[in-house]
Design a protein around this ligand. Structure first.
Ligand SMILES: Cc1ncc(COP(=O)(O)O)c(C=O)c1O
Length: 385
């Protein structure tokens, strides 16, 4: 049986070019980038090259890029280190109710330590309102942490507008761009963003490596204490093969390719929803396909069909989708994103699936997936009668 992967918001397969670059790195240059001898210098050259590749993607300078073990570490670093570093200027932080748990959980921990956190609500499209943001911002605000686009429903946040509002404010602006990095041309300086998180495994790079962009004026102590790697911002021997893979993956996607991907993914959603409509299957999109969004994510409500049954049956038929945020879905916890959008009592919470496309997805796969989905939904609904 062919297995079709439609869970690219959870992680993506590595590109052959990435595997080749990493393999060459592991075979030839195993040195520690902190060593001053030949082997160390070779590793350092590879590190510098990857840093420049990622800086180019973000239209910035190489020394604004700090490598981390992934977006979870980048997000935790920002929230803990920046909040502590600015504690004498205020104790208020603004975020949204639909951030990734690697933002929400450290913020909840800060609340236990006397920080005040505003969680901006979202509407049924998964979007925040600038009026709510304006009402929340005050003289005590030191950090604003808002994701570029949501990993469960694909909605995007008004990053440029918030960046503009914060230009003359003491608060630093952090954007978790983990889902957007492979699909959107990002220029943090133009967006008014001071700190940005991204992760290699969402753009066909390796797992366990990410970055934290910081603008030149932002200083924070290393989250991990130890050596002086990453100009004292992140202690620990760098994962050079992973970083080389990250640089390669990011540099293979230019703006045109990102735009083409977004268009192709929008077409997949149109194809799939048209097929469901033609088959008279009852469904609704959690979100709004007509709005600007991250097109690789399609979250569907199938009334009367349990997420668990649907996901399991699709898996048995060879189709891998997610029952919410795949990063937390293993636990079958109700989605905090759908809860924020529709309320805890909404049937959508237990009757929705997330389909997410990537570079290996084809129109034929979407067609076959649509056929399987229609068949399974009909069978499950008939059984429930
Ligand atoms: C929006 C968002 N932020 C952060 C993360 C965590 O990234 P990582 O797996 O690199 O720790 C994810 C992963 O799914 C994500 O989707």
């Amino acid at each position: 049986m062919e297995h079709v992967y439609l869970d690219n918001a959870a992680t993506t397969p590595m590109r052959p070019e990435v595997i080749a670059a990493m393999t060459a790195q592991m075979q030839n240059d195993f040195g520690n980038a902190s060593s001053t001898h030949y082997f160390g210098r070779q590793a350092h050259t590879a590190l510098d090259h990857a840093r420049q590749q990622l800086a180019d993607v973000l239209h910035t300078k190489a020394d604004h890029i700090v490598f981390t073990s992934g977006a979870t570490e980048s997000n935790n670093t920002v929230i803990n280190q920046v909040a502590f570093a600015k504690a004498n200027q205020g104790k208020h932080i603004i975020t949204t109710a639909i951030e990734h748990l690697s933002v929400l959980k450290p913020l909840q921990a800060l609340e236990q330590q006397g920080y005040r956190v505003t969680y901006l609500p979202v509407d049924e499209k998964g979007e925040i309102s600038l009026a709510d943001f304006d009402a929340a911002l005050d003289d005590d605000t030191i950090l604003v942490s808002i994701m570029y686009g949501n990993n469960e429903v694909g909605s995007v946040m008004p990053i440029k507008e918030i960046g503009a509002r914060l230009r003359d404010h003491q608060a630093l602006f952090h954007v978790d761009a983990t889902q957007a990095f492979g699909l959107v041309d990002l220029n943090p300086e133009e967006l008014g963003v001071n700190l940005l998180s991204a992760s290699a495994h969402k753009l066909n790079g390796p797992k366990g490596v990410g970055l934290l962009y910081r603008d030149g004026d932002v200083h924070f102590p290393s989250f991990q204490k130890g050596g002086e790697q990453e100009t004292k911002r992140r202690a620990g021997t760098e994962n050079i093969p992973g970083i080389v893979g990250f640089g390669t993956a990011a540099s293979l996607l230019d703006v045109e390719q990102k735009n083409a991907r977004q268009q192709q993914f929008a077409d997949f959603s149109a194809q799939l929803t048209a097929k469901l409509t033609a088959a008279d299957v009852k469904f609704a999109v959690n979100g709004d396909l007509a709005r600007p969004r991250l097109q690789h994510v399609l979250n569907l409500w199938l009334p009367g069909v349990s997420t668990y049954a649907l996901q399991t049956n699709l898996d048995l038929a060879g189709f891998a989708v997610s029952g919410g945020s795949a990063c937390t879905a293993g636990s079958l916890e109700p989605s905090h994103v759908l809860t924020a959008m529709f309320g805890a009592d909404s049937p959508r919470i237990g009757e929705s699936i997330r389909i997410s496309y990537g570079m290996t997805t084809t129109a034929e796969q979407i067609d076959a997936f649509g056929d399987a989905l229609i068949k399974i939904v009909r069978r499950l609904l008939a059984r429930a009668k």
